[in-house]
Design a protein around this ligand. Structure first.
Ligand code: TXA
Ligand code: MG
Length: 344
């Protein structure tokens, strides 16, 4: 199959894509978080094509994307007051809510769970496509399972060329890490995956916000099945350090020395780059100032994809503190490093 990247976002082209989606094709679509691999969320055969294209275990449920809050009514049994408050505050935006599903939603979309995950993206092109398609669009991140999520059309193409007919190119995703996934109940919410909407932001709207215990203990089973898989891994082994730029630069220097002539890649803040640039050779990416979680989130996956292209032999990254959006980005970084994170 030939994969076409659509860069002209005309009404005709969006109609073409919406038509393909409605009729069972898989199309990569942009969102504000990462690119998604979309298919008709009411069509079991179409969703099977997503699992095939990603090489994804089929017990891992999909998020259904909708153009507005109204569209979730036929997909759920009921909408608790807590869900209404969250939707009012954060949709459109990077918040996915799980609610008890209606009979209309196929088990294929939920991996057999009785809850369905729902999200209304804050991306004009995406919402346009969702409106034109007229059906909920199931969309996981548009990467091969286990690899870093894509935040550019080129990264999608690298993984999906030959597997899907269209990629809609709307430039780089603004947030850069996936949505926050929350289980919503009458009495509060549980964060199953940290993301663009932080715990602090949720607490402004609902009482009783907690993290799924799995997120801090590897002994519990995660409620979001996808969280148990190896994820987001670049090709080269990666390690991360968190601390002030002077300590991070020193830790990097020690590892670089150990690695000898091996070719390294370095994801760092401006301050750490300034300390290393004169003595270290290798592939650098500077994401912003030290501690800037928003800048790191924006650049994170894009940089891992770039390092894959450069054939580097090891990767060192400078992380940020576990607060605000830092929780989401460090969750991804920890997985990309297979747990090799050191707090200095
Ligand atoms: O930002 C995003 O959420 C992106 C864009 C494309 O919208 N999508 C995305 O989808 O990240 P995916 O499939 O890569 O991740 C969805 C996560 C998985 O960890 C999955 O297990 C969890 O959400 N999930 C989906 N449905 C669920 C459900 N009914 N109950 C619990 N967890 C669920
Ligand atoms: Mg994913």
């Amino acid at each position: 199959m030939e994969t076409k990247i659509i860069t002209e976002l005309t009404r005709d082209n969006l109609q073409l894509v919406a038509h393909a989606l409605r009729h069972g094709d898989v199309v990569a679509i942009p969102t504000e978080t990462v690119y998604g691999l979309g298919a008709n969320g009411l069509d079991v055969d179409a969703m099977d094509k997503i699992y095939a294209a990603k090489g994804r275990p089929s017990d891992n449920p999909l998020i259904l994307h909708v153009p507005n809050a109204e569209s979730i009514k036929p997909l759920v049994k009921e909408i608790p007051e807590t869900a209404k408050a969250l939707i009012e505050a954060f949709w459109p935006g990077p918040l996915t809510i799980t609610l008890p599903k209606s009979d209309l939603v196929p088990d294929r979309a939920t991996g057999g769970l009785n809850r369905v995950a729902l999200r209304c993206p804050d991306h004009a092109v995406c919402r346009n496509i969702l409106e034109l398609a007229g059906v909920p669009i199931a969309a996981p991140s548009a990467n091969i399972s286990g690899r870093p999520s894509p935040t550019t059309a080129q990264s999608v193409y690298d993984d999906m060329n030959g597997r899907i007919p269209y990629i809609v190119d709307a430039g780089i995703c603004t947030i850069g890490v996936e949505s926050t996934v929350v289980e919503v109940r009458d009495d509060g919410v549980t964060i199953l995956r940290p993301g663009g909407i932080t715990k602090e932001m949720l607490e402004q709207v609902v009482d009783n916000v907690s993290y799924d215990p799995f997120l801090s203990s590897q002994n519990e089973a995660p409620k979001a099945p996808g969280m148990k898989y190896k994820h987001y891994a670049p090709d080269a082994p990666m390690r991360a350090f968190i601390g002030n730029p002077k300590d991070v630069a020193e830790a990097f220097n020690n590892v670089i020395h150990e690695q000898g002539t091996k070719r390294g890649a370095f994801l760092v803040s401006q301050e750490t780059y300034d300390l290393l640039k004169d003595s270290v050779h290798g592939e650098f990416h500077v994401y912003g100032h030290s501690g800037d979680a928003v800048a790191l989130a924006h650049d994170f996956y894009k940089t891992l994809h770039h390092f894959n292209e450069c054939d580097v032999e090891y990767i060192l990254a400078e992380g940020v503190e576990n607060t605000g959006l830092g929780v989401a980005v460090m969750n991804r970084m920890e997985k990309a490093c297979a747990g090799h994170i050191i707090y200095l």
